[in-house]
Design a binder for this molecule. Structure first.
Ligand code: ADP
Length: 548
């Protein structure tokens, strides 16, 4: 090859677009293509003649750099086997003119160029800058990693979603159940309130301090209060004095001692409506423990209704008849004496006749007289038996009784009936007159009679108050007075008030007060009447007190 051809060839080689470095077998640099110089940011005059690894040492800042080692190994293989060696992509950073190292990735191939004796003449080190591909690959890797991460997150998201869906289903189910329960609760509530509506007795629930918790519709009608007027108020609101004042004390007493007055048993008491009027009622109270708290449920039956009280009145009336019989006994005594006299004088006649006949010795006639005498004895016995029967029921049954209970029950009964509408009943108890020794039924008859007379006397009055007062007096007696705001006792009948058949009423019998006086006198007491200083009548009676 001539010099011109060599120059041309060199120019051709140097201008080729491939990245080529030509090495001697001792790895010193012989030449390089312009593209190689550009890519490695070197200059030809800097590198030609120098050792390959002296020109391209490893990046001292990169402890993992293995480019030099790998290249040396490849070149060794080429020199040994005289075969081309294709290397894996190498990371080999190049130093820029400003001294800073730039990351680069290379795909190197080493080709031996053999001479005529099959010895290595040169080694062509061809490289391809694959930095961009590596970067893309790296990005791809990263994208793959990212995609994988995304997949993992998606999977996590999916399972979280599934869990969410499952819990949503559970939530919906429990919502459904809750709705069902609420529905059931509502029906139960509706059922309960419909029971409350239809229960004929008024129902009032109070807590242990007496605060009203429930007030049934019947109770509203009975007492004339709307629920919002009573709920949260003390139940004593529904009672007249003095019970109103005493009720708290009674509850406290019950808590402290467990002693029961109305709980469990029915009692006839007086209730007070919103308009102040009083009425008789039968009260039954039950006690329940709800969540550790005591509650009392009161069932109130209005005794103003005639049918409800017929039984009670009937009891009193039949007793009244017995009393009438007893009081008639005095008047009957002479009739009885007369009736008994007949068999007795017959007996005496037959006995003396019989004795005479016996003296004469006529036994048959004497026996006949004896038989007749014993017949009269039987007859007398029957009269006495009938008398016993007659008065038996009227026998007084006196015991120690609570004066308060006696008055409460009687006044409740006496207020029965339309005419007592709007009547206000007040009772004042003397603490020193608690127990009396009486026949309760009989004294209640007296009280019923006096209260009913008082109510009737106020029929045409606008102010209709009955006041009952008790008072301990001398000689171990108790005085009870029944005062009204009526017109007072008419002067024409004042004197004979307690005589039988004295009445100012068209339908009156006029026996009430005379019977009352008999009863009270049978109790060693007195019954009298006067007109009050402010008008109205006051009836007073006394009965023996009993040691508490
Ligand atoms: P009755 O009530 O059947 O008339 P009572 O013997 O109970 O019989 O009463 C006799 C009379 O006494 C009554 O008719 C009435 O004139 C009078 N009386 C009784 N209580 C009162 C009273 N509270 N106020 C005015 N008068 C009364």
């Amino acid at each position: 090859m001539d010099a011109q051809a060599l120059t041309d060839f060199r120019a051709l080689f140097e201008a080729s677009p491939g990245l080529y470095l030509i090495l001697n077998p001792d790895l010193s640099i012989v030449g390089a293509s312009d593209a190689y110089l550009t890519a490695t940011m070197t200059r030809r005059d800097e590198i030609v003649g120098r050792d390959l690894f002296e020109v391209f040492p490893d990046n001292p800042a990169d402890p993992e750099a293995s480019g030099v080692r790998n290249l040396a190994a490849s070149l060794d293989r080429v020199r040994q086997f005289k075969q081309p060696d294709i290397m894996a992509v190498q990371k080999y950073d190049v130093r820029r003119a400003d001294g800073i190292l730039e990351e680069r990735h290379w795909s190197p191939r080493n080709h031996p160029v053999l001479d005529a004796f099959d010895d290595i003449r040169w080694i062509v080190h061809a490289v391809e800058d694959v930095t961009e591909i590596a970067r893309l690959q790296h990005q791809q890797h990263e994208a793959k990693d990212f995609a994988q991460e995304q997949q993992r997150m998606l999977a996590q998201l999916r399972s979280a979603n599934e869990a969410l869906a499952a819990s949503e289903i559970a939530l919906r189910a429990s919502e459904e159940r809750f709705r069902g329960l609420a529905e059931e609760l509502k029906t139960q509530e509706a059922r309960l309130s419909s029971i409350l509506l239809t229960v004929p007795d008024a129902m009032i629930v109070i807590d242990e301090r007496g605060t009203i918790q429930t007030f049934s519709q019947t109770a509203q009608g009975l007492f004339g209060y709307a629920p919002h007027e009573v709920l949260g108020c003390n139940v004593s609101l529904l009672m007249p004095e003095p019970y109103r004042r005493e009720h708290d004390g009674y509850l406290e007493h019950h808590h402290a001692t467990g002693e029961r007055r109305v709980i469990g048993t029915g009692r006839i008491v007086v209730g007070q409506r919103k308009d102040g009027s009083t009425f008789p009622m039968e009260l039954k109270v039950g006690e329940v423990l709800l969540e550790g708290r005591r509650q009392f449920t009161g069932f109130v039956r209005d005794l103003t209704e005639r049918r409800e009280t017929e039984r009670h009145l009937h009891e009193l009336q039949s007793e009244l008849l017995h009393v009438a019989r007893v009081s008639e006994m005095g008047q009957m005594a002479s009739a009885l004496a007369h009736e008994l006299n007949q068999p007795l004088s017959a007996i005496s006649m037959y006995l003396s006749g019989g004795r005479r006949i016996l003296e004469q010795g006529d036994k048959t006639k004497a026996l006949d007289a004896m038989r007749r005498a014993s017949e009269q004895v039987d007859r007398a016995g029957q009269i006495i038996h009938r008398l016993r029967e007659f008065v038996r029921k009227g026998e007084a049954d006196r015991r120690v009784e609570s004066l308060a209970t006696t008055i409460e029950e009687a006044s409740a009964l006496a207020l029965v009936g339309a005419r007592s509408d709007g009547v206000r009943l007040t009772v004042w108890f003397d603490a020193d007159a608690q127990s009396v020794f009486i026949d309760k039924i009989q004294v209640q008859q007296v009280l019923v009679n006096l209260i009913r007379n008082a109510v009737e006397a106020m029929t045409d009055c606008s102010q209709r108050d009955v006041t009952i007062t008790t008072c301990a007096i001398e000689n171990d007696m108790v005085e009870v007075s029944v005062a009204d705001t009526g017109a007072g006792i008419a002067s024409e009948i004042k004197e004979k008030l307690f005589q039988p058949f004295v009445t100012s009423k068209t339908t009156g019998m006029g026996v009430g007060l005379s019977l009352c006086r008999s009863i009270i006198e049978a109790h060693s007491g007195r019954l009298w009447a006067e007109n009050g200083p402010a008008g109205g009548a006051i009836f007073r009676f006394t009965v023996p007190s009993a040691p508490g």
